[in-house]
Write a protein that binds this ligand. Structure first.
Ligand SMILES: *[C@@H]1O[C@H](CO)[C@@H](O)[C@H](O)[C@H]1NC(C)=O
Ligand SMILES: *[C@@H]1O[C@H](CO)[C@@H](O)[C@H](O)[C@H]1NC(C)=O
Ligand SMILES: *[C@@H]1O[C@H](CO)[C@@H](O)[C@H](O)[C@H]1NC(C)=O
Ligand SMILES: *[C@@H]1O[C@H](CO)[C@@H](O)[C@H](O)[C@H]1NC(C)=O
Ligand SMILES: *[C@@H]1O[C@H](CO)[C@@H](O)[C@H](O)[C@H]1NC(C)=O
Ligand SMILES: *[C@@H]1O[C@H](CO)[C@@H](O)[C@H](O)[C@H]1NC(C)=O
Length: 414
């Protein structure tokens, strides 16, 4: 299928950009050719943030809060930072959570199928590009930068899976010459570290063994215990850096989807090391926190109303919502264009984001979102700190409140 053309750069880029499908596999020759010709792209930038200058998001898989908190490696690492005791995933299974982390919605995804989000869905890459904040992903065992296959392994075990790679799911990322090359593997991570070419935002996905998916929490803890401590000792990596270690979702679908999460790194003030923070956060809080930290707009989706990390909220004066945890599961997907389950209210329409308002981060909504969706009514109430869907009854009946300048505010998802 990919012949001599591969030897040219244009050919190599067309391989990166090729629209692939779940059945597509690459031959060893195609992999070797792409490795030789597609260069990873590692832009750097130095845009100061309010609470941190670099953010590193590390995701482990499918583990309940308590199980993870009892693992000796994770427990030891968490003690060096701030444990977030009310951080929630957005649904089950994996892929919708990774999708949510990049775009502020899971679009009704209730499965791990092949999905490619249409070009009019914006992501955090668009937010970062408004200020030329360098971003990247490091996916362990991905065979070359920008690889778009469904999976890759050179052993009998699973290694790289596309469903755990947030930004590759989006046409707005893959339909570009440079962006796919910012989605790299761990070989390139260590090269970028050595050459001081790390981006200011990075998402890190260990392979299917290291992330506990095909193993258990002990194996993932061993990996984290080997991977993270040397980075914390590296001045270049760690200076003013905030790391989040979290889980895509809990293991048990009938329990609240509260995932063990902790913040680490040089951006954490000494007096906060070893403390806990019980603020309600979700994967959407990360996007909102990045926006607030660097003065970026919102995607106008569930990041719009999400609570932001306390350290950033304190700098901007934003008051986070407190949640009444009764009935908070956040373990279900509402119907959308990429749902498998046929609900009675099944909606094949792509949700319309908010195009007005300043959102949690306080910097309005991304221009391209405003332009694309101008005049259309938002599908959901994106000002809510809790994602929900009134039509299908998903995550409804959750109360939240806060006090702003002595005035009490209350809300409910309904
Ligand atoms: C990682 O990506 C680079 C650049 O695309 C490639 O040369 C290298 O072979 C990859 N490493 C592994 C282990 O696949
Ligand atoms: C996953 O990565 C580790 C290194 O972090 C490696 O030792 C292991 O072989 C990889 N797993 C598989 C199944 O290849
Ligand atoms: C976790 O997996 C490792 C490697 O397969 C195994 O040695 C260990 O017994 C497992 N631990 C638990 C608690 O299942
Ligand atoms: C999941 O949670 C339910 C409700 O607490 C419990 O009955 C069940 O045993 C749990 N399942 C597993 C696999 O832990
Ligand atoms: C979510 O949790 C509730 C309460 O345990 C349970 O009734 C429901 O079936 C769960 N939803 C899913 C999709 O597992
Ligand atoms: C966004 O793209 C989807 C899929 O192509 C399309 O159905 C939808 O109408 C587009 N939305 C807008 C507002 O253009």
């Amino acid at each position: 299928m990919f012949t001599k053309q591969l030897l040219t750069l244009a050919g190599a880029l067309s391989l990166v950009q090729a629209k692939t499908n779940p059945q597509q596999t690459y031959t060893p020759a195609e992999i070797a050719a792409a490795r030789a010709s597609v260069l990873p792209y590692s832009p750097v930038s130095n845009v100061r943030g309010l609470a941190f200058d670099r953010f590193v998001d590390i995701w482990i898989e499918n583990t309940d809060f308590e199980t993870a908190s009892l693992d000796p490696n994770f427990a030891k690492l968490a003690k060096e930072g701030i444990t977030l005791t009310n951080y929630f995933a957005t649904t089950h299974p994996s892929e919708p959570n990774y999708c949510a982390s990049a775009s502020g919605d899971n679009f009704g995804m209730d499965n791990d199928d092949w999905h490619q989000m249409p070009a009019n869905i914006s992501t955090i890459a668009d937010l970062f590009d408004t200020k030329r904040i360098a971003w990247g992903e490091y996916q362990e065992d991905m065979p070359f930068a920008g690889y778009q296959g469904y999976s890759y392994s050179d052993s009998d075990a699973n290694q790289y899976m596309r469903k755990h790679n947030p930004l590759v799911l989006f046409d707005s990322v893959t339909n570009d010459n440079l962006r796919p090359r910012q989605i790299k593997n761990f070989t390139t991570f260590y090269e970028d570290l050595e050459h001081e070419k790390l981006p200011q935002y990075m998402f890190i996905t260990p392979n299917m063994t290291d992330d506990a998916h095909d193993s258990n929490i002990t194996v993932a803890g061993d990996w984290a215990g080997r991977f993270i401590p040397p980075l914390l000792k590296n001045e270049y990596f760690n200076k003013d850096t905030l790391l989040l270690v979290t889980f895509d979702e809990t293991g048990n679908y009938t329990e609240p989807n509260r995932v063990f999460s902790f913040l680490l790194g040089g951006a954490i003030p000494e007096h906060l090391k070893g403390t806990t923070d019980d603020t309600f956060y979700t994967h959407y809080s990360v996007i909102a926190s990045l926006s607030a930290n660097w003065g970026l707009p919102s995607l106008g989706r569930w990041d719009c109303g999400a609570n932001i990390f306390k350290q950033v909220a304190e700098k901007t004066g934003y008051v986070n919502w407190e949640i009444d945890y009764k009935n908070v599961y956040i373990n279900q997907t509402y119907p959308g264009p990429v749902s498998d389950n046929i609900y009675s209210t099944y909606s094949p329409k792509w949700p319309i984001p908010a195009t007005e308002g300043c959102c949690t981060a306080g910097h309005g909504i991304l221009d391209i979102v405003k332009k694309t969706y101008h005049g259309l009514k938002p599908t959901h109430n994106y000002n809510s700190p809790v994602p929900y869907d009134a039509a299908s009854g998903t995550n409804v009946g959750i109360r939240f409140s806060r006090t702003v300048h002595g005035r009490r505010e209350e809300g409910i998802t309904e």
